[in-house]
Write a protein that binds this ligand. Structure first.
Ligand SMILES: [Zn+2]
Length: 239
């Protein structure tokens, strides 16, 4: 019987993980890079179900999906020389969140960006929970990382009908990020045109002040196409 072989220690740092430069300064060895990438990805709060999302695995069939992917690739390549965030709109299942997460994950990995994934409904619920007596968090503590992070992914904007309070929270968050020149990538099922007669537009959903602010902060990326979850990749029991 043999015991599993241990990974050989890194020949550059002998497994210490740090190197001493001629001036005596300690720097991290390249062998620790995968760990650091993982730590940054955890710090970005990307949900597990999106952990494997990358631009390479985004396979849009529709022209609008291909155009969105090309734009995302340019965004990542040019970063941080990017002026605006992205407002990715389209029906459920066209890959909006996949694309947004892929941008964040690739920037975290390749350009050491400190970013944050934030589901807008979850954010509101966490803030609301602070109003219950005995809560040990306050709204500011929850909002500040979202206000300050270098790149914020705000997922599913308007998924739940926003109350006036929610619209105020959203406007405040976006306004602060705008003033601090931080980039925001947003996904939403609501576009500027109603998806069907009588359906709501994004502006009806989030209000005119928020829609106007978004127009100043984000390039519109409308996507359409078949619903991946229903038409392209039906659920399977085994892979
Ligand atoms: Zn090493």
């Amino acid at each position: 019987m043999t015991t599993p072989a241990q990974a050989p220690a890194c020949p550059i740092c002998n497994g210490f993980g740090v190197l001493e430069k001629p001036d005596g300064q300690l720097v991290a060895c390249a062998c620790r890079e995968p760990e650091r990438i993982l730590a940054r990805a955890r710090g970005a709060h990307i949900p597990d179900r999106y952990r494997s999302c990358s631009l390479a695995t985004f396979n849009g069939i529709h022209e609008s999906q291909k155009a969105a992917k090309a734009l995302a690739q340019r965004f990542v390549a040019a970063y941080p020389a990017v002026e605006s965030g992205l407002l990715i709109t389209g029906p459920a299942g066209v890959g909006k969140t996949h694309l947004a997460v892929a941008i964040l994950a690739e920037l975290v990995e390749s350009k050491f960006v400190r970013g944050l994934f934030c589901d807008f409904t979850d954010l509101l619920e966490r803030i609301q929970a602070t109003y219950t007596p005995g809560s040990d968090e306050n709204a500011d503590e929850i909002l500040e990382p979202c206000r300050e992070t270098e790149l914020l992914i705000l997922d599913e904007l308007g998924a739940r009908r926003p109350t006036d309070w929610a619209r105020d929270v959203l406007y405040g968050l976006l306004n602060t990020r705008y003033n601090r020149r931080r980039l925001t990538v947003i996904t939403t099922n609501f576009g500027d045109q109603a998806s069907q007669p009588g359906a709501e537009t994004l502006e009806m959903r989030v209000g005119t002040p928020v829609r106007s602010r978004l127009a100043e902060m984000c390039v519109l990326v409308p996507m359409t196409g078949p619903d991946y979850r229903r038409e392209v990749r039906p659920a399977r029991l085994f892979s």
